[in-house]
Design a protein around this ligand. Structure first.
Ligand code: URA
Length: 229
């Protein structure tokens, strides 16, 4: 008696072959759960930032600029804060500095879509001023939570504000850049490198030679740690 005119192969095609033959289907489901959980945690964090009170940055900004890129990337890039273009589009690094950042990544064979990008502060500071230390301290709580959710293998801190937010105010970027450091959040250790901010490089193009050294160091670490981009 024919109860179903599909043959076995049709059924496998519909079911995803990896799943059917996996020795460990529970793990796969676990991965999907993890992904959904991460997405939800990011949504919750963004809402928490949107609910911030008595914040000069939020009061003057058009949009929250939360993040861009691949949320399960092993590389997380952190800038200072949104500029005019980012404030208009609600996306980090979309202006001139963003174009330079994309090109810097391309120079080590990484596409922007393959990394996760955010900033220390999520609202544009008025007149593009540097965020004040008390603002950096306030937002770095969110940033730490953000890092824990993304859980990258490598953190790239672009510019002194990102460096100060996670490594403190004692360092000088000219001395600290290009050297691997550790950021520890809730007992988790993140391999971290500081490099010049692309906006600074646009003003001081002769400093690009140092960024190139840092980029090559990042690439070396990706290869050394066998990080899948
Ligand atoms: N500069 C930053 O630090 N972040 C951006 O998103 C844009 C410019």
């Amino acid at each position: 008696m024919i109860i179903n005119d599909k043959n076995q192969n049709d059924i496998f095609d519909e079911m995803e072959i990896d799943y059917v033959f996996s020795n460990n289907p529970i793990n796969r489901i676990h991965k999907i759960d993890e992904q959904e959980n991460k997405t939800q945690l990011l949504v919750d964090l963004e809402k928490k930032i949107q609910n911030i009170e008595n914040c000069e940055l939020k009061k003057n900004a058009k949009k929250i600029v939360f993040s861009d890129g691949k949320q399960d990337s092993k590389i997380m890039i952190i800038g200072e804060g949104p500029g005019q273009k980012e404030d208009e589009q609600g996306k980090p690094f979309v202006g001139e500095a963003g174009i330079l950042l994309n090109n810097m990544l391309m120079a080590i064979n990484i596409r922007r879509e393959q990394v996760y990008i955010t900033n220390v502060v999520n609202y544009r500071p008025p007149n593009n001023r540097k965020p004040e230390p008390k603002e950096v301290t306030r937002y770095s709580e969110f940033l730490r939570e953000h890092i824990l959710i993304i859980n990258p293998t490598i953190l790239v801190l672009l510019g002194s504000t990102a460096m100060e937010a996670l490594l403190g105010y004692k360092l000088k970027i000219t001395k600290a850049r290009g050297i691997w450091k550790e950021v520890i959040i809730k007992n988790k250790v993140y391999k971290t490198i500081v490099s010049f901010h692309p906006a600074y490089l646009l003003r001081q193009p002769e400093q690009k030679k140092f960024s190139w050294i840092d980029l090559k160091e990042i690439k070396k670490e990706i290869d050394r740690s066998n990080i899948k981009i």
